[in-house]
Design a binder for this molecule. Structure first.
Ligand code: SAH
Ligand code: DHB
Ligand code: MG
Length: 223
């Protein structure tokens, strides 16, 4: 099967289960027009984040990698009154576009964008006693995934769900000699997760509009 067919199947299900949401569609359109990379999660993946966040009764969500705020909006929609997504983004231009998209969605009270190096911000959060998060979505530069996992654990508690995007990289993940630094980042991430006794984990391969990749699903089982 080709990526074209996978995309057609993604579209078939998007039409059935994620019918036109003007705010989300416009968020993607504005991101594209501003020249942002077209690497937001696919609609069915956004919906998965939305379902998982609700299943987990998430009130505090941490996102690493905002881009134009597409996945941010999906997760913020899952929050109850008073809930919060804190989303970390290094690029001011992305953050500006995301802020507009979030405001258009009427979710500005539920989302806070923090601008800077995600690793630095997470270090600061863990040092200043930031309240724990119920849900973490890791989706920024894959090279830093090992650090993102380590700091996520510091900012987690029992029951926190950590989801990591792009842990398969077209299958590159199984090549220990890969010269692709993002492959090395996800390999190190996978090894750290596997060695961490406080979590239980699975990875699902995905194909679709985003090609062949995968989602890491890590549940924190003890404090
Ligand atoms: N989660 C988004 C997609 C994020 S794309 C969605 O699905 O809609 C990855 C984002 O991570 C980009 O916007 C990029 O600027 C940001 N990023 C890359 N390196 C970063 C870093 N070191 N700290 C914070 N953000 C970073
Ligand atoms: C890339 C990054 C992503 O977060 C993604 O979902 C797809 C691709 C990338 O950097 O190529
Ligand atoms: Mg991604």
């Amino acid at each position: 099967m080709s990526k074209e067919q996978w995309t057609a199947i993604d579209n078939y299900f998007a039409d059935l289960f994620m019918p036109e949401d003007a705010v989300l569609t416009q968020a993607l359109k504005d991101s594209e027009e501003a020249g942002l990379d077209p690497i937001a999660v696919a609609p069915n993946q956004g919906k998965l984040l939305y379902i998982l966040a609700q299943l987990n009764n998430s009130k505090r969500i941490l996102e690493i990698g905002t881009l134009g705020g597409y996945s941010t909006i999906w997760m913020a929609k899952a929050l109850p009154e008073g809930g919060k997504v804190i989303t970390l983004e290094i690029d001011q231009k992305c953050a500006d576009i995301a802020q507009k998209n979030i405001e258009r969605a009427g979710l500005q009270d539920k989302v806070e964008i923090r601008i800077g190096s995600a690793l630095e911000i997470m270090r600061e959060m863990s040092e200043t006693g930031e309240a724990p998060f119920d849900f973490v979505f890791i989706d920024a530069d894959k090279e830093n995934n090992p650090g993102y996992f380590e700091y996520s654990m510091k900012l987690a508690q029992k029951g926190t769900l950590i989801i990591a995007d792009n842990v398969i990289r077209k299958g590159g993940v199984i090549d220990p000699n890969s010269t692709d630094t993002s492959v090395q980042g996800v390999r190190k991430f996978n090894e750290l997760v596997a060695a961490e006794p406080r979590v239980t984990t699975t990875v699902v391969q995905t194909v679709g509009a985003k090609g062949h990749d995968g989602l890491g699903i890590v549940l924190v089982t003890s404090d």
